[in-house]
Design a protein around this ligand. Structure first.
Ligand SMILES: *Cc1c(COP(=O)(O)O)cnc(C)c1O
Length: 472
């Protein structure tokens, strides 16, 4: 096999070896990365390459150099942020996606990628029981899904007010009321900034103790609003997992002609479950939705999804109509539905996930994560120093130790360092909390038991070292 061979099997075998070793290790090893910034620099740095290097030795150096700095977030005891793993079928499909290297921008450049997007769109709307004629775009993540949906929303509500954003831009446009929950995710704020709205122009609505938007507060706000309005609700608060009272908000918002966007990065997959769906009642009446396949669906990064009821508004906001593009009414040009132009055929792994799991599998996966969250809360609650701060309605658990910010933060660090599991800290309504999130398909009841034991042991050590001093 010469160096110019397009299929270098030896090289791919080497990558396969390293991949399999990593996956096995990620299941059992200490979850956090073990390397320091300096040691990673030392392992991976070479002066700017002039002559180049043999391919196998590059892959070897990359794999060996990067490994100590990898976080085993793909494994069953990673409870940080809201991070899913990868179902084996999705990883395999992702490899094919790389090997095929299709430019999924146009039907003409990647017919199979385009057809698979059409099919995933149909399955998705069917499984989640959302309007079957809604449009779907496959973007990098929840951030871009929110940005895309809100671009469509902005343009649509301004069009109704007689202002064409596509032609005139937003300078000089009528003001839009941007109603968000006080608990809104940072990516909504970021999307608003990208779309030309400062964060000061957001109108936050008060929330209740579990982080749900308060309908009475929203009613009061609506009494003084006129003109174009967008309302952002969430299905899955990033701290508590709480879901806004969507039905009541949609009714109220629609009475006022507002567009309702649902940030469903975490919770939207729960719509496949008969058990979880009622938590999101009314969600099918919203105007746009965003979600992540790389969270609860356990598809590799990067895989976000935007869904818009008014397909024309979506397409107007994102389509790249240029004279040299081949126009077709039947064949889907994926670039019409995302801000990107050339891109990876990222619907292949999601196709694999949905076909492999089926509606029942998606439902079971989301229900299982919620069960693990309840299990963790009940195991930790047994300790007298522990308070569970949230009502565990979805996959998130917020824990506080000895009602002390200092001890809670110290316990988070101790758990991260101990290595059985990994979780992060957060601030919830003014107090420090440990946040435990369940998004991985692999997590078993035993993983939760083992992790709860490790967390309580760390808390005890922290308490013994400094608890009496801090609390007493
Ligand atoms: C994760 C998350 C996002 C952002 O999604 P990315 O895929 O990280 O871009 C948005 N909203 C909520 C509620 C999230 O949990």
């Amino acid at each position: 096999m010469g160096p110019m061979d397009i299929a270098d099997e030896g090289l791919l075998d080497l990558a396969l070896d390293h991949s399999v070793r990593w996956l096995r290790e990620a299941r059992d090893r200490r979850v956090a990365a073990s390397a320091t910034h300096e040691s990673l620099r030392a392992a991976l740095y070479v002066p700017t390459p002039e002559e180049g290097e043999d391919a196998a030795s590059v892959i070897e150096a990359l794999a060996r150099g990067a490994q100590p700095g990898l976080v085993a977030s793909i494994g069953p005891r990673y409870f940080g942020f809201v991070i899913g793993g990868s179902l084996p079928v999705t990883l395999a499909a992702d490899w094919l996606t790389s090997a095929w290297d299709q430019n999924a921008g146009l039907y003409a450049t990647a017919p199979s990628a385009s057809v698979v997007e059409e099919i995933v769109r149909e399955w998705l709307l069917d499984m989640l029981d959302l309007p079957r004629d809604a449009s779907v775009g496959f973007v990098t993540g929840g951030q871009m899904a929110n940005t895309t949906a809100l671009a469509a929303a902005r343009n649509a509500v301004l069009a109704r007010a007689g202002w064409d954003v596509e032609e005139l831009g937003i300078i000089g446009a009528p003001r839009i009321n941007l109603v968000v929950t006080a608990e809104t995710h940072v990516t909504i704020k970021n999307a608003m900034r990208t779309l030309g709205f400062g964060t000061k122009s957001l109108l936050p609505v008060e929330t209740d103790g579990n982080g749900r938007m308060r309908v009475d507060a929203m009613k009061r706000l609506f009494e003084c609003l006129t003109g174009p309005t967008i309302v952002c609700v969430q299905a899955g608060n990033v701290n508590t997992g709480a879901i806004d009272p969507i039905a009541e908000i949609v009714d109220l918002a629609h009475e006022h002609g507002a567009w309702v966007h649902v940030d469903g990065a975490i919770g939207l997959w729960g719509l496949a479950s008969e058990r979880l769906r009622p938590l999101m009642a009314g969600i099918e009446r919203a105007d746009s939705w965003s979600t992540d396949a790389h969270k609860w669906l356990n598809v590799p990064y990067d895989s976000g999804i935007v869904i818009v009821r008014d397909a024309a508004a979506h397409r107007n906001a994102t389509s790249s109509t240029a004279a040299y593009l081949i126009q077709s009414s039947v064949e889907r040009d994926p670039t019409d539905w995302t801000p990107e132009f050339s891109r990876r055929a990222r619907a292949f792994p999601t196709y694999a996930a949905l076909r492999h799991l089926g509606r029942r599998g998606v439902a079971a996966l989301t229900e299982r994560c919620c069960d693990r969250a309840k299990q963790m809360a009940s195991l930790l609650r047994r300790d007298e120093h522990v308070t569970i701060l949230n009502d565990v309605v979805l996959n998130q658990v917020l824990v506080r130790f000895s009602d002390s910010d200092e001890l809670t933060r110290a316990t988070v660090l101790a758990v991260q360092d101990e290595g059985t599991c990994w979780l992060g800290g957060t601030t919830w309504h003014g107090v420090a909390a440990m946040r435990i999130s369940f998004s991985n398909w692999l997590t078993t009841e035993e993983d939760v038991e083992r992790s709860a034991k490790a967390i309580l042991a760390c808390a005890r050590r922290v308490w013994e070292a400094r608890g009496a001093a801090v609390v007493g």
